[in-house]
Design a binder for this molecule. Structure first.
Ligand code: GLN
Length: 546
C-alpha cells in the first residue's frame, strides 16, 4: 500500500518548494524507497502548455507529450526518472472531468459539489498515480501558498486522505520562510506561526516544517516555531541558501529530515548519500568560468528557461566549468546592430526556443555573427530553425528566406508548417509534442557526440525544416545529420569548418540530468571551455563586465 507525503507552502511563493519536494523524494529514493512526485497546480488551465513562460516559468515537456509545470523537470532531474503527464494535475483537469461526468449523468441526479465530488476526483487522481507508478511513497506537492482560494479543495482532499489512510500512511510537510531584515538581524518566526495557523484552520496539522532562510535557523527560533506550531523540535528543519540546488538533499539529510519521516511512515532512516553528493560536488568550486550568451526576447525571468540553464550547468559540471549565462535582448540587436559585437566576447552562444515574430531578426543576425566569428553556437528548436534561415540568407543568397510562422509570403519558406498542423485550430496540446526516436547519420559530428545512431528526444513545435532546400544547404557545408519519422523531419544541423555550430529541432535540455548530462550540451560546453582558455579571453571578458 502506497504512502503519501504532502508538501504545502506558506508565507509566499518562490521559496523553492519544488526543489525541497524533489530533494525529499531524492532522499527517500536514496534510502531504497520506490518514490515519485506529483505536482498539483491549482490554476484553471488544463495544462501549462498555453501559459506564458515569461510570467509562469518554463513549460516542461514529458516523454509522453505532456506540457507540464516546470517542477516536473526538477523531479526528473533529481530522481533521474521519467515523469508522465499524469504527474501534473491542475484544477482545470479536475473540474473538466467532474463536469463531463455530470453531463454524462454519472451523478444520478445528485447536486454536484466541491465536497465530495471535486475532492473525490482529486483523491482518485492522486491514488491512481501512486498505483500506476507502483511506488512505496508518492510525494504530492501542492502549488501556491496556503490561504489561496484555489488550493482549498486540494488541501481538503489531503485532509480527507489523512482520515482515510491514517497517520502512518500520510505525512504533512510544510515549507515556510524565516525572513530577516538586515537592520534587525534576527530571523523572524511569526510568518511561520501564521501560516501554520492557516493550515490548522483547514484541518491540517503539519508533521514536519522546513524553514527557508538566507542562513541556518538558530536554535531559539526553532524552539519558538516548535512551541507555537506543535511540531516536535526535531521535525523543525532548517534549509538555508546553498550554492547549488543539488546540495539540498545533503543539507536536509544532515538536518535530520529523514528521522521524523522514518518514525511516522516506517521507512528506512538512512540514505546512501555518497554517489549523489559526489555529483552535487561537481557543481561547486569549478576552476573555469565559461561565459555563454543567450539571445532572446524579454528574457528576464530566470525560470523561463530553467531546463536550458540546468542542462548547461550539468554539462559545465562534467567539463570542470561553471557556466555563466548572460542575456542579449534580440530586439536591442535590431535597434542597434553594434550590440552584435558583444557576441565575439562570449565563449558561446545559445539561441533557445521561441515562438512568433518578435525579436526574430535580431536572433537571425546573432546566429550569423556566431557563424562568421566562429563562436561556439547551439540552436534549440526555434534556434535551430532560425540558424537555418540565417544560413539560407547569408550563405545561400536566399534573400527574404524565413519561416512561414513569421512571414507566410516569404519567397523561400526554409522553415514551414508541419503538414499535419495545417488543420489544427485549438492551441492547447496540439503541437508535435513529446518523445520521438531520432536516427543519426554516420559519419557525422552528431554520431561522434552521441556514440549511437538512435536517440529518444523530446519535441514541442509546429514548424520544421523544408527539405526542398536540403541539397543546397549540404553543398555549402551545412549538414542535416539526424532525422525522425522515417526521414520526414530534420532533427540536427551541423556546420563544416567551425569549432562548434550545431542545432537541434528537438529539446535536448528536457532529458539532461545532473547524473547523466545530455551529450550535445556536453560537447557544446566543451567547445566553449576551449575558447575560454584561449589567450586574450580574459580581456574580452572584461569587455562584458563593462
Ligand atoms: N516556433 C517554432 C515552432 O513552432 C519553434 C518552437 C520552439 O522553439 N519550441 O516550430
Amino acid at each position: 500500500m502506497p504512502k503519501y507525503l504532502f508538501v504545502t507552502g506558506g508565507v509566499m511563493s518562490g521559496l523553492g518548494k519544488g526543489i525541497i519536494t524533489s530533494s525529499v523524494a531524492k532522499l527517500l529514493q536514496l534510502s531504497g524507497v520506490q518514490v515519485t512526485c506529483l505536482k498539483i497546480d491549482p490554476y484553471l488551465n488544463f495544462d501549462a502548455g498555453t501559459m506564458n513562460p515569461y510570467t509562469h516559468g518554463e513549460v516542461f515537456v514529458t516523454d509522453d507529450g505532456g506540457e507540464t509545470d516546470m517542477d516536473i523537470g526538477n523531479y526528473e532531474r533529481f530522481l533521474n526518472r521519467d515523469m508522465h503527464k499524469s504527474n501534473n494535475i491542475t484544477t482545470g483537469q479536475i473540474y473538466k472531468k467532474v463536469i463531463d461526468d455530470e453531463r454524462e449523468g454519472r451523478f444520478l441526479g445528485k447536486s454536484v459539489q466541491i465536497i465530495p465530488h471535486v475532492t473525490d476526483e482529486i483523491k482518485k487522481r492522486i491514488r491512481a498515480v501512486a498505483a500506476a507508478e507502483k511506488v512505496d511513497v508518492l510525494v504530492v506537492e501542492c502549488g501556491g501558498t496556503v490561504g489561496d482560494i484555489e488550493s482549498l479543495p486540494f488541501l481538503e482532499a489531503f485532509r480527507q486522505m489523512r482520515m482515510e489512510e491514517g497517520p502512518s500512511k500520510t505525512l504533512f510537510l510544510h515549507v515556510s520562510l524565516a525572513p530577516e531584515l538586515s537592520v534587525v538581524g534576527e530571523m523572524k518566526t511569526k510568518p511561520t506561526q501564521h501560516s501554520v495557523q492557516e493550515m490548522r484552520r483547514i484541518g491540517v496539522q503539519p508533521d514536519v516544517i522546513v524553514i527557508r532562510g538566507s542562513r541556518a535557523l538558530p536554535m531559539e527560533a526553532k524552539e519558538k516555531i516548535s512551541l507555537f506550531t506543535s511540531v516536535p523540535l526535531e521535525s523543525v528543519i532548517s534549509d538555508p541558501d546553498v550554492e547549488t540546488i543539488y546540495q539540498v538533499p545533503r543539507l536536509l539529510e544532515r538536518e535530520g529530515l529523514l528521522k521524523p519521516i522514518h518514525r511516522q511512515l516506517g521507512l528506512r532512516a538512512r540514505a546512501a548519500m555518497r554517489e549523489w553528493n559526489a555529483v552535487a560536488d561537481r557543481f561547486v568550486d569549478q576552476p573555469l568560468t565559461v561565459r555563454i550568451a543567450m539571445v532572446g526576447k524579454y528574457a528576464n525571468l530566470a525560470d523561463s528557461y530553467v531546463s536550458v540553464n540546468q542542462a548547461l550547468s550539468h554539462a559545465g559540471a562534467v567539463n570542470g566549468a561553471k557556466t555563466k549565462i548572460s542575456w542579449i535582448e534580440s530586439e536591442e540587436i535590431e535597434k542597434d546592430g553594434s550590440r552584435l559585437d558583444l557576441i565575439d566576447a562570449y565563449d558561446g552562444v545559445v539561441l533557445p526556443q521561441g515562438f512568433g515574430g518578435r525579436g526574430v531578426e535580431g536572433k537571425i543576425a546573432a546566429a550569423n555573427r556566431a557563424r562568421v566569428s566562429k563562436v561556439p553556437f547551439l540552436g534549440l528548436c526555434y534556434g535551430f530553425q532560425l540558424a537555418s534561415i540565417s544560413f539560407a540568407r547569408n550563405v545561400l543568397g536566399m534573400k527574404g528566406a524565413n519561416s512561414t510562422e513569421v512571414d507566410p509570403d516569404t519567397p523561400y519558406p526554409v522553415i514551414d508548417l508541419l503538414p499535419e498542423q495545417r488543420r489544427v485550430r485549438d492551441l492547447g496540446g496540439t503541437m508535435r509534442l513529446g518523445g520521438h526516436d531520432v536516427h543519426l547519420k554516420r559519419p557525422s559530428k552528431a554520431f561522434d557526440i552521441y556514440g549511437t545512431d538512435k536517440l529518444r528526444e523530446r519535441h514541442r513545435h509546429r514548424y520544421e525544416l523544408n527539405q526542398k532546400y536540403l541539397k543546397r544547404f549540404e553543398e555549402n557545408g551545412m549538414h542535416y545529420t539526424a532525422f525522425s519519422d522515417k526521414g520526414r523531419r530534420a532533427e540536427i544541423m551541423e556546420l563544416d569548418g567551425h569549432p562548434f555550430y550545431m542545432g537541434t529541432q528537438f529539446h535536448p535540455e528536457y532529458v539532461s540530468r545532473p547524473e547523466d548530462p545530455e551529450p550535445i550540451y556536453v560537447a557544446f560546453v566543451k567547445a566553449c571551455a576551449a575558447r575560454a582558455k584561449q589567450v586574450g579571453r580574459a580581456e574580452k571578458a572584461e569587455v562584458l563586465a563593462r
